[in-house]
Every structure is written in C-alpha cells, then in structure tokens.
Design a binder for this molecule. Structure first.
Ligand code: BG6
Length: 482
C-alpha cells in the first residue's frame, strides 16, 4: 500500500457506540402485552421454515433478557464512553397485532425507560423502527409489506414513536437492511407466503410499498421535529469482480444494482433507470397511486449500512469455491481470511464501500453494524479485569476503524459514526445461535440454554473504551506496519 500512516483522531462529533435489535436482545417475548412477531416463530434461524409451536425455553425467545438487563447494559455502555446506542423497538410490543388503532401503553413505558436510561448517561438513542420483527398477525393476515395496507400500519407505528420521544430521540432508521427483501422476504418484509410461491412482481410490489412507507415516515419525522435525522439502512456489501474478465465486472455491477436499488430510490427520490427497464422487460406493472411518486421525492438524510465482509462475483461460478456470508454469498476471494462462520474479513473493503456510497449519493454515511461473530472462551482469572481474551475481535475492529479513518482523512468521505454490532452478546439472526458472539459485554448464557444471563467485561470492552476516549489514537495501522 502506498498510503502513509495516518495520525488517527476521530472528531468529537463522530459518534462511537454500539447496536442491538429487540428480537435478538430483549427476550420477554410474551410479557406485558407483547404480541408475537415473526421472529418468535423463526427460532431456528432464517434458513429453516417458521415453527409455530411455542416453546417455553428457547434461545431465540429468551434473547439475552435485555428486557430486564437494559439498565445494567446501558451503564456498561456508558462506562465504555458510548455516544450513541442503536436499538430497535419491537413493533408487536407497541401494537400486538400490528393493526390496532391505538398503541399499548405498557410497551411504550418500557422503551421510555430505555430512552431515559440512555439520556441519563449522555448517550444518544438511535432507533431502528423496523428490524426484521414484523408482528406475526400482520404478517399472516396481510403478508406484511406485500399488502399496501401495511404502509398505514407502519406509519402509525412510526408516528407513535416519534411523537412519544420528540426532543429525546433524534436519530431514526426506517428499516433494517431493507434490501434483504430480495433473499429473505419473510424476515425482510414480513411476507408470510413462502418464497417459492412468490412471483417477481410480488417482490417489486413489496419493495414499492416499503419505499413509499419509508419516504412518508421521513416527511413525518421532519414535521414532528425538524431536528430529526432519518437514515435508510442497507446490508452493505463490497461486490468485487472475481477476475478482470469484463463479464465478471458486468455481473458485479448488476449485483450492486440489486443491493443498491433501495438506497438509489431512498436517497435520490425516484426509481433508477435500470429498475424501470428490468420491470418493463419482465412485463411487471406496479400498482401505484400518483401520490406515491411525490412521496418518494422525500429522501432520507443519511445512508446507514451494515458491513461485515466482501464477496466476489464470477460469470463462471462453477469454476470457484464459494464462501459463506451475511445473508448473501459469493465466490471466495483468495486474498482474504474468513471468520469462524466463513465470512470473509475485508477491512479495506469498508474504505472502498464508504467511497463508493459517498460518490454515488453525496449523503453522509453511518456504519451502524460491524463486528466479528466468534466463539468466546469465558475464563475468570485472578487479577485479570476481563473474562474473555478476545484479541481477535480487537484486531478485527481495529483494522476496520483504521479504514474508516482512511476514508475520512485521506478520501474526504463524511462519516457520522460507528455502532458496532451486538455490543452486548446476543442471539445471532441468521442461525439463531448463542455461541456466535459479537459483544464487548459477555453474557453468561450458553448454547445449551444454561447460564444466569449475568454480564461481564471482555478484553475488547477496555480496548473500545480507550478507542473512544482517545478518539482513535490507540488504533494501529497494522497494514502499513506489516
Ligand atoms: C445483520 C442484521 O444482517 O447481521 C443483524 O441486521 C444480524 O440482525 C447481523 O445479527 C449479524 O448476523 P448474524 O447472523 O451473525 O447474527
């Protein structure tokens, strides 16, 4: 690499923090008036069919009992110096079926406490309105966002939250990884109908409803409080051509279009030409209202995204090995190492992606998920302040943050902040496992369901505290040093 070693100092206004999602963190899936969500029947992860037999002791349903531990967790986040905490509101805690006219007060009271706990510690709450947790009844009755009616239910839900926490919460995200619809229509958009029974039009129609819903909520957010900042959120992926064969490049470009269609609309305010032409060629005529296209002109304030890995695209994939990945896979990249779950680790890919997004949209960026899912070994040693020696996680995050800094400092990309994924250990989304951990905060809960849910600090806890306190001065550009 030719880049010189930068002196790292993230500006004070760059927000460091962490992120969780209700369905992976809270547990308490059926208490205080909460209705079931689609996640409560996805207890075996996304690759298995939903299972509606209610199980009393189940890893997924219990989460990591954040419902009863949030105060302690937020205090630990404050100890690390978090400036922002991204969490989601379980839709069915507020509207048990998703379709009620009035919200349930008990659910709101719970999140009042979460919001207030953040503010008491000087942490900015960032709320993901919908993080893969559509109410089950709405999903089964309306097929989620496949139905136009869901737009108004979602709007009512969002309005309820924004009015309730006006002046307290100013960071909002409309949908988690909205582009997951293409591969996981149930998790991404609450479509109960099996994926293999859906026609291409169903996907585009659902996307349209989500996009209209999101743009209306941005407008609403600005009306309720001009201080509100609303981000769209996508699963971020660096798609590299596997070789410099032009056919690989074209395929990588097409893969980008698939991943960026939603943000293209949400940040530019209209459908991109490639999507219109694709629908035309496939004979798809969307059912729309004239007002929809006016609504879509209200664009999001920033682009947020998750980033865990990159993948490569080949026009002749049969000639290559495949790597595993976050909801999507590609051909393996021989230059990269993998996590224990086979996800390819690519810190420089984050810099590449930040540049790509900035150059495409010229809207500020927020990395709202990043981290290493790994198997941690709990060891309590006398005189050692931490219970897990997770140097591998420190290395992973160090290398990614260095690349964020390079994108900002060397390339001039405006980045608003960074919330690492699963700052408290939680249940994984794709495989519903406890043994796949991301946190700085260890949760005593084992894959077999044993453990008392108590919390302790990992080595990475102290490291991240120092990153925040020093604004990144303790980060090491290991790439330049090698
Ligand atoms: C993202 C999701 O896709 O990846 C999170 O927004 C998820 O909900 C994260 O947890 C990591 O994936 P996994 O399967 O390791 O939990």
């Amino acid at each position: 690499m030719t880049d010189t070693k930068p002196e790292i100092r993230f500006p004070e206004e760059f927000l460091f923090g962490g992120a969780t999602a209700a369905n992976q963190y809270e547990g308490a899936w059926n208490v205080d008036g909460k209705g079931p969500s689609i996640q409560d029947v996805m207890t075996h992860g996304i690759t298995k069919a939903p299972d509606e037999t209610v199980q009393s002791a189940n890893l997924k349903l219990d989460g990591v009992d954040g419902y009863h531990h949030f105060r302690e967790d937020i205090a630990l986040m404050a100890e690390m110096g978090f400036q922002v905490y991204r969490f989601s509101v379980a839709w069915s805690r507020i509207f048990p079926t998703g379709m009620e006219e009035e919200p349930g007060e008990q659910g709101l009271l719970f999140y009042d406490q979460v919001v207030n706990a953040c503010l008491e510690h000087g942490i900015e709450p960032m709320i993901t309105i919908s993080h893969y947790e559509t109410p089950l009844v709405l999903s089964r009755t309306l097929d989620g966002f496949r139905s136009r009616e869901t737009i108004e239910h979602y709007e009512r839900f969002a309005r309820t939250l924004m009015e309730r926490w006006k002046g307290k919460v100013r960071w909002w995200i409309t949908f988690n990884e909205i582009n997951a619809l293409w591969n996981f229509p149930l998790m991404g958009a609450g479509i109960w109908t099996r994926k293999d029974k859906l026609a291409p039009k169903d996907f585009w129609q659902t996307a349209h409803h989500e996009l209209v819903a999101a743009s209306r909520v941005v407008k609403l957010a600005h009306e309720i409080d001009p201080e509100n900042k609303v981000g769209c959120m996508i699963l971020g992926m660096a798609n590299y051509a596997r070789t410099c064969h032009p056919a690989d490049e074209i395929m990588a470009m097409k893969e980008d279009e698939r991943g960026l269609f939603f943000s293209d609309v949400m940040l530019r305010g209209h459908y991109p030409a490639y999507a219109l032409r694709k629908m035309e060629k496939e004979g798809i005529r969307l059912e729309t209202h004239p007002q929809d296209f006016e609504d879509l002109k209200t664009t999001h304030d920033f682009l947020s995204f998750s980033y865990y890995m990159s993948k490569t695209i080949a026009h002749d994939p049969e000639n290559y090995q495949f790597s595993a990945g976050n909801l999507v896979t590609g051909t393996a990249n021989p230059y990269l190492k993998c996590s224990e779950w086979g996800w390819q680790i690519d810190p420089a890919g984050l810099r590449w992606l930040l540049n790509k997004y900035w150059n495409r949209y010229e809207k500020p960026l927020f990395i709202v998920e990043n981290g290493l899912g790994a198997m941690d070994e709990y060891q309590k040693k006398p005189g050692v302040p931490y219970t897990v020696d997770d140097q591998y996680r420190i290395d992973y995050m160090n290398d990614h943050l260095v690349q964020v800094w390079k994108a900002m400092d060397l390339d001039g990309v405006p980045v608003l902040g960074y919330t690492s994924w699963g700052c408290v250990d939680l249940i994984s989304a794709s495989t519903a496992e406890m043994k796949k951990r991301y946190g700085f905060i260890y949760v005593n809960r084992n894959q077999d369901g044993s453990g008392d849910m108590s919390r302790s600090r990992k080595k990475s806890f102290f490291w991240y505290r120092d990153v925040i306190a020093s604004r990144g001065a303790n980060l090491k550009d290991r790439e330049s040093e090698e």
